[in-house]
Write a protein that binds this ligand. Structure first.
Ligand code: HEM
Length: 531
């Protein structure tokens, strides 16, 4: 008999396919005698009409017809792997009581999905784009997701702009062009009118956006989260992944050639490395700001278009993650994994970062469309700890509850005690006051100092790569308004950058900088800024 292979990762799942079978079955368990020939009327010599009554054929075709689910609205192209995370010691307990970050005896299973942002599921790996770096930690306290990118900042400050940003970055609506790279009028039109993107654009036009390998990228939680310690103190935190292999990029020419010759370059590289026992490892770091220092900086620490310079807030390395197992089957693992920034564990919480607040709403919502309301019951998303609640029903419900109670409070006390005092998720009691209005504070309106900080930190050849990249991109925009507007944005960052790009793309060459370069610089990328 044949024993179908079942992943040993999900030990507690009863999988009917684990039982031996003599061969192929229908979904309702019938042993199939012939999977190659549709039942038809035939005298043996000539073939006659196929019969709809052939349930075996119909099931095979029906199941095939429904194999596709909606691809992710962003980050559709991706790959992933299993691994584990551990901290070195308990030093982070001064910031948090989360065991996943403070208990060195723990080995927490993880799954990481890497992705590009813009292209569809079938697009190429080596395009110029941000890379997603999303990690699910399966902890006994529940799942914790760090849904990060390989770039520490973002295009927009407020989540309400995300639909506009994504519409602008994705292929244009009238012709579905371009696929998988950002060179087009709409994208550059949007970011030209949206100076808060300037810092992110510097990163996206840098070599960071054409990584050599997924194993050679940093990861950043980007948003500002919070840590709570046992004394009830609150700290702001940013999360960092730092690859042991260092940060390495492709040259643009390499990226173009590899994209044509081997669109699966990155996913194959990850698979080959892990299957050869060369397990990629990332150090895990945190930047922490105590609550009392929230306003000590000339930028807002809740603004996702700004970094926390390491000279001001050093990274503390507290642990590491290793990826050591490729997936058994791509769809139920890489495609069905679903992340949610709102998924944290006790000891970790959220700041008022306006991008994060919107993300916390968006991810759960999008999973309902992509996977259905019971998406957290799928094997790859299921917590390793027991789950009991009175959420019920909905499409594709798997779980079967016993008993007559599906509400709280109930006469049997099922679900008690409420409220819990023994380790339930505790919201930080934060005093909130203000005027309900749609405003942005002054610090949120300054957009160029960190773009300059990044540009100044680059070596001359890295700056030249940015000039080349922006010139390449803007030269694909045929509307002069677009490339002329963007040159003006660049002139707020660096005069030479703006001048060279304007010369290359035929824009208006500026004769003086729009804004003084404040001259701040950080170590160059060759002495990695974040490593
Ligand atoms: C997907 C990162 C901002 C909505 C993703 C993924 C990553 C990511 C890594 C792919 C997850 C996977 O591999 O399955 C980020 C980062 C952001 C950001 C770092 C900025 C700090 C936003 C915002 C929104 C948003 C502001 C909406 C308001 C989505 C949606 C998906 C997604 C709807 C698709 C999820 C799915 O279908 O599974 N994001 N994102 N993101 N993101 Fe974001």
């Amino acid at each position: 008999g044949v024993t179908a292979k079942v992943s040993d990762l999900y030990g507690d799942i009863v999988d009917p396919y684990e039982r031996p079978t003599k061969g192929l079955n229908t979904d309702h368990g019938l042993l199939v005698a012939d999977t190659d020939t549709w039942l038809k009327v035939s005298d043996g010599d000539r073939t006659g009409p196929a019969l709809l009554e052939d349930q075996i054929a119909r099931e095979k075709i029906h199941r095939f017809d429904h194999e596709r689910i909606p691809e992710r609205v962003v980050h559709a192209r991706g790959t992933g792997a299993h691994g584990f995370f551990k901290v070195y010691d308990a030093r982070a307990s001064k910031y948090t009581y989360a065991p996943v970050l403070t208990d060195p005896s723990r080995v927490t299973p993880t799954f990481v999905r890497f992705s590009t942002v813009q292209g569809s599921r079938g697009s190429a790996d080596t395009v110029r784009d941000v890379r997603g770096f999303a990690t699910k930690f399966y902890t006994p306290e529940g799942n914790w997701d760090i849904v990060g990118n390989n770039i520490p900042v973002f295009f927009i400050q407020d989540a309400i702009k995300f639909p506009d940003f994504v519409h602008a970055v994705k292929p244009e609506p009238h012709n579905e062009v371009p696929q998988g790279q950002s060179a087009h009028n709409n994208f550059w039109d949007f970011v030209g009118l949206q100076p808060e993107s300037a810092h992110m654009i510097m990163w996206v036009m840098s070599d960071r956006a054409i990584p050599r390998s997924l194993r050679m990228m940093q990861g950043f939680g980007v948003n500002t989260f919070m840590l709570m310690n046992a004394k009830g103190e609150r700290h702001f935190v940013k999360f960092h992944w730092i690859p042991e292999l260092g940060v390495h990029s492709l040259l643009w020419d390499e990226a173009l050639k590899i994209g044509g010759q081997d669109p699966d370059f990155h996913r194959k590289d990850l698979e080959d490395a892990i299957n050869s026992g060369i397990f990629p490892t990332w150090k895990f770091g945190i930047q922490v700001i105590p609550e009392a220092r929230e306003h000590d900086f000339d930028f807002d620490i809740l603004d996702a278009t700004k970094v926390w310079p390491e000279e001001l807030v050093p990274i503390e390395i507290i642990g590491e993650m290793t990826l050591n197992k490729t997936v058994d089957e791509f769809f139920p693992e890489v495609e069905q994994i679903a992340f949610c920034t709102a998924h944290v564990v006790p000891g970790i919480g959220f700041s008022n970062d306006p991008l994060l607040q919107g993300r916390n709403f968006s991810y759960f919502d999008t999973q309902i469309t992509r996977l259905g309301p019971n998406w957290e019951e799928l094997p790859i998303n299921r917590p390793v700890c027991p789950v009991m609640n009175f959420q019920r029903d909905g499409q594709m419900r798997h779980k079967i509850n016993k008993g007559s109670i599906n509400y709280w409070p109930n006469r049997h006390g099922i679900g008690a005690p409420v409220p819990r005092t023994d380790g339930g998720y505790a919201d930080f009691p934060l005093k909130v006051e203000g005027i309900k209005q749609r405003v942005r504070s002054a610090k949120f309106q300054e957009h160029y100092s960190h773009a300059q900080l990044f540009y100044n930190s680059l070596t001359d050849y890295e700056k030249q790569h940015i000039i080349n990249a922006v010139s390449f991109e803007l030269s694909h925009c045929d509307d002069p308004v677009v490339y002329k507007t963007y040159t003006q944005i660049l002139n707020n960052i660096d005069f030479n950058l703006a001048k060279q790009v304007a010369i290359n793309v035929g824009g208006d060459v500026p004769d003086q900088p729009a804004r003084q370069n404040h001259g701040h610089s950080t170590p160059t990328l060759s002495q990695p800024y974040y490593a």
